[in-house]
Design a protein around this ligand. Structure first.
Ligand code: FES
Ligand SMILES: [Fe+2]
Length: 414
C-alpha cells in the first residue's frame, strides 16, 4: 500500500487507500474508533449547561459543560430508553436534556432524572444505571478538547507528542483566552478524507492552484514572488507541521500595508508585548511565521492570517463532511478582529478565494482515481533533503502513521 524507500528517495501511496470500501471500513475501526479525535474547543461551552452537538468519527456526540461541577463532558447522543437522539439541536444551553420520544430526562452529568410514570417500573429498574453513556475518554489540552472511543488509549498529552509545542506557540500568541467565534463553515467534498489531510499541509500547490488569490494579493500591492519560505517537520505519532513566512499580514502581530495605517501602531504594540513576554526570537516566530499543523488523524489548525480549526469526517471512501471554525483572542480590538474575519472569508472559507480551488482539486483527484490505469500516487518531493515547507515530508509523516495504525498485523493491508 505504501512504498517508502529512503535510499532512492521514493515514496508512493497506492490509490486503493483512497477508493476501497474495505479500507474505509478498516479506518472506521482502526483509526476513528481508536485514536484521539478533536471534539471541540472549551470556549464553545463557556457556561454551565452550555452544550454543542457534534458528529465525531461517524457518531453523534453531546459536548456539554456540567451544571454542577463546571467540567466538560461528552456523551453518546442516544437515549438509554429506546435509542432516540437526545440532543437534536446544534447548540444551546439548559439544565436538562429531554428525549422527544417518550420524555425521559437527563441532566448535564448524564444522570437519568425523570421517567414518566416511574411507578410502572419494578425494583430491577434502577435510575442510576440508566444514565447517558459517557464517551470512553475526554481530555483537553490548552482549550482543545479531544475524545476517544478507546478506553485503553495513551493520555492525550503523550499522544500529541511534538504537536504540543505548536499548540502552545499558537495559544501563547495572545495574553487573552482564545475563543471560537460563533458560527462555523460546514461543507462536503466528494473526495477521500486523506486528500484533505494532504492538501491542508501542502505548501507548493498554492501558486498553481490558488493563482486567482495570488493575483488578488498582487493587486493589493503585496509581493508574492517570494512564495512560502520555511520548513516542514514530522512531530511524532503522525502529527506534522509546515512553518513558513508568507507575504500576507497577521493580526498577531505582523503589519502589512493592506491592513491600513490606522492599525499600524496597535499591531506594533502587540509585537512589543510579545517580545517582552517571550523574548525576541520566540516573538518573531509567533508574529512572522505561519503554521499549518496536522494532529493525526484529522485536525488541522491553520495559523495564517487568521487561526482556523478544521476537522473532517469521512462518510464513505469518496466523501467527507468538513467543519471549520475561527479561533480568536477574547476581547480583541475591533480592527484586528475585522481583519481576521475578512481573511477567513476571503481566503479560507468555502466561499473564499482558496477553498473552492482546493475542493475542485480534491474532487478532481478522486475522479482521476476512477479513471484507472495509474495505481500509485507519488509523495517523494524533498525526501533526500532537509525538508522545506514546500516539500512533502509532512504528508509522508501522516502516511507512515496511517500505515502503522492500519497495519498488516490488523489483517487489513497485504
Ligand atoms: S427513546 Fe428516549 S424516551 Fe423513549
Ligand atoms: Fe489550498
Amino acid at each position: 500500500m505504501i512504498i517508502d524507500d529512503p535510499d532512492t528517495g521514493v515514496f508512493r501511496v497506492h490509490r486503493s487507500t483512497m477508493t476501497s470500501p474495505e479500507i474505509f471500513e478498516a479506518e472506521r475501526d482502526l483509526i476513528f474508533n481508536r485514536c484521539w479525535l478533536y471534539l471541540g474547543h472549551e470556549s464553545e461551552i463557556k457556561n454551565p449547561g452550555d452544550f454543542v452537538r457534534r458528529d465525531v468519527g461517524g457518531r453523534s456526540i453531546i459536548f456539554v459543560r456540567s451544571v454542577k461541577s463546571g467540567e466538560v463532558r461528552a456523551f453518546h447522543n442516544t437515549c438509554t430508553h429506546r435509542g432516540a437522539i437526545i440532543c437534536r439541536t446544534d447548540s444551546g444551553s439548559g439544565k436538562v436534556f429531554q428525549c422527544f420520544y417518550h420524555a425521559w430526562t437527563f441532566d448535564s452529568d448524564g444522570r437519568l432524572v425523570g421517567v414518566p410514570d416511574r411507578q410502572a417500573y419494578g425494583p430491577g429498574f434502577r435510575m442510576e444505571d440508566m444514565g447517558l453513556h459517557a464517551v470512553a475518554k475526554v481530555e483537553s489540552y490548552r482549550g482543545f478538547v479531544f475524545i476517544s472511543y478507546n478506553a485503553d488509549i495513551e493520555p492525550l498529552t503523550d499522544y500529541l507528542a511534538g504537536a504540543r509545542h505548536y499548540l502552545d506557540l499558537i495559544v501563547d500568541e495572545s495574553e487573552a483566552n482564545w475563543e471560537i467565534i460563533g458560527g462555523s463553515n460546514q461543507y462536503s467534498i466528494n473526495a477521500n478524507w486523506k486528500l484533505l489531510v494532504e492538501n491542508s499541509i501542502d505548501g507548493y500547490h498554492a501558486a498553481p492552484t490558488h493563482d486567482t488569490y495570488m493575483k488578488y494579493l498582487s493587486s493589493m500591492g503585496i509581493n508574492v514572488a517570494g512564495g512560502l519560505a520555511g520548513g516542514a517537520r514530522a512531530l511524532g505519532n503522525g502529527h506534522a507541521v509546515m512553518e513558513y513566512k508568507a507575504p500576507w499580514g497577521r493580526p498577531i502581530a505582523k503589519w502589512e500595508p493592506q491592513f491600513g495605517e490606522d492599525i499600524r501602531d496597535e499591531i506594533q504594540s502587540m509585537r512589543e508585548r510579545l517580545v517582552e513576554r517571550y523574548g525576541a526570537e520566540r516573538a518573531e516566530v509567533m508574529a512572522e511565521s505561519n503554521r499549518n499543523l496536522l494532529v493525526f488523524p484529522n485536525l488541522i489548525i491553520n495559523d495564517i492570517q487568521a487561526v482556523t480549526v478544521r476537522t473532517f469526517m469521512p462518510t464513505g471512501p469518496d466523501r467527507m463532511e468538513v467543519s471549520a471554525w475561527h479561533l480568536a483572542p477574547e476581547g480583541e480590538a475591533a480592527k484586528p478582529r475585522a481583519l481576521r474575519l475578512e481573511s477567513f472569508l476571503s481566503f479560507l472559507g468555502p466561499g473564499g478565494l482558496a477553498t473552492p480551488d482546493d475542493v475542485e482539486a480534491l474532487e478532481s483527484c478522486q475522479t482521476g482515481f476512477r479513471s484507472g490505469g495509474v495505481e500509485w500516487n507519488d509523495i517523494s518531493r524533498g525526501m533526500l533533503r532537509d525538508p522545506k515547507s514546500v516539500d512533502e515530508e509532512q504528508m509522508r509523516s501522516f502516511w507512515r502513521q496511517w500505515r502503522k495504525v492500519v497495519s498488516p498485523t490488523q489483517g487489513v493491508l497485504a
